[in-house]
Design a protein around this ligand. Structure first.
Ligand SMILES: [Mn+2]
Length: 342
């Protein structure tokens, strides 16, 4: 009997730490596949790019998925990789994601490390669902919601009902749909299209513009005039109050920058909801953002911990003491334990 889900955030090629985390969660490797007698993993996407062991990471998550001991969601990096590899029918010789300098740099580690086996992995990435709705194993019909960045019912409806295109954009199970060929073309090609915007919200999260003439420099040195927002909350007084980014990025925002009044409305959270993507800083504490909101990305590839959330059969709500993580080494983990649970 399935007795629990272990939800794991962005890995970005940190395979050693993924194996350490699986081991800490009680999974064992047999015949090349990590399994647990009565639990399964939900991976929240972003397996590739940036890190040193991308091929190993992909093999771990794919083998677990094929064996039924995991489900793997699509992250924005996998979506970008598919678009990088899909020819643009309107512009012969070009791709849905242009091969410009910035995009090439973002994808370079994957291109290098998957040399010789790149195409089959892209085909695999095409099969990843955009979101996943599960039962909570509690017997009362409640659900769990999992997505890479933002659980937006509006974006899901637009894709499911063909509200913008008409053609079928999604296929597969309704509670774990993936994009069709037409879906990739629509969502990857035209930034103004409703499919592009829907996928963008699900995989990258909603953003609001900063006030006029306000910019900040993000952790990668890019100048930005928009911020990712704490999408389950409504308007805040300042942009910093509303920002959903790592500590450093929030500190780089001008303190007095105020959002345009009424520019944002909260997206209501109906069930316990899990996502990754947001490069949280371990210093802010490994804990819930809100009673039903768990973000599991603590910047593992930049030296932060790789974090899982354990949902057990019978749980009815999220709890701060269900996070499990591994740091870069034992010392870092011990230190972070003292900091996070004083
Ligand atoms: Mn991401």
């Amino acid at each position: 009997m399935l007795n629990g889900y272990d939800v794991i955030g962005d890995i970005h090629g940190c395979a050693d730490r993924l194996e350490a985390l699986l081991s800490r969660l009680g999974y064992e490797k047999n015949g090349g596949v990590w399994r647990h007698p009565d639990r399964m993993v939900i991976f929240l996407g972003d397996y590739i790019d940036r890190g040193p062991q991308i091929l190993e990471t992909l093999k771990i998550v794919r083998n677990m998925r094929e064996a039924g001991s995991a489900e793997c969601l699509m992250g924005n990096h996998e979506f970008n990789a598919v678009c990088w590899n899909t020819s643009d029918p309107d512009h012969p010789g070009q791709y849905l994601r242009s091969h410009n300098e910035k995009h090439t740099a973002q994808h370079a580690a994957t291109l290098e490390q998957l040399a010789g086996c790149y195409q089959p992995w892209i085909q695999w990435m095409r099969t990843l669902p955009l979101w996943l709705e599960l039962g909570d194993l509690g017997g009362d019909g409640n659900r769990l919601h999992m997505v890479h960045a933002c659980w937006s019912p509006e974006a899901m409806r637009a894709l499911l009902n063909g509200e913008c295109g008409g053609e079928a954009m999604l296929t597969g199970r309704k509670d774990a749909p993936r994009l069709t060929e037409a879906g990739y073309l629509r969502a990857g090609r035209d930034k103004a299209s409703c499919e592009y915007q829907a996928v963008d919200v699900l995989l990258k999260g909603p953003e609001i513009p900063l006030p006029e003439n306000t910019v900040f420099q993000d952790k990668d040195g890019n100048e930005r005039d928009r911020i990712r927002v704490r999408w389950w909350l409504g308007m805040g007084e300042t942009c910093r109050d509303m920002a959903l980014m790592g500590e450093e990025d929030i500190a780089a925002l001008p303190e007095d920058a105020r959002p345009e009044p009424g520019i944002w409305e909260a997206i209501p959270v109906e069930y316990p909801t899990f996502f990754g993507h947001y490069w949280r800083s371990p210093g802010e504490g490994i804990r819930l953002y809100a009673p039903s909101v768990a973000c599991l990305d603590f910047s593992a590839v930049k030296g932060g911990p790789l974090v899982a959330y354990r949902w057990n059969r019978g749980d009815s709500a999220l709890r701060d003491d269900r996070f499990v993580w591994v740091g870069r080494d034992a010392d870092a983990t011990a230190r972070s334990k003292r900091i996070f649970f004083p």
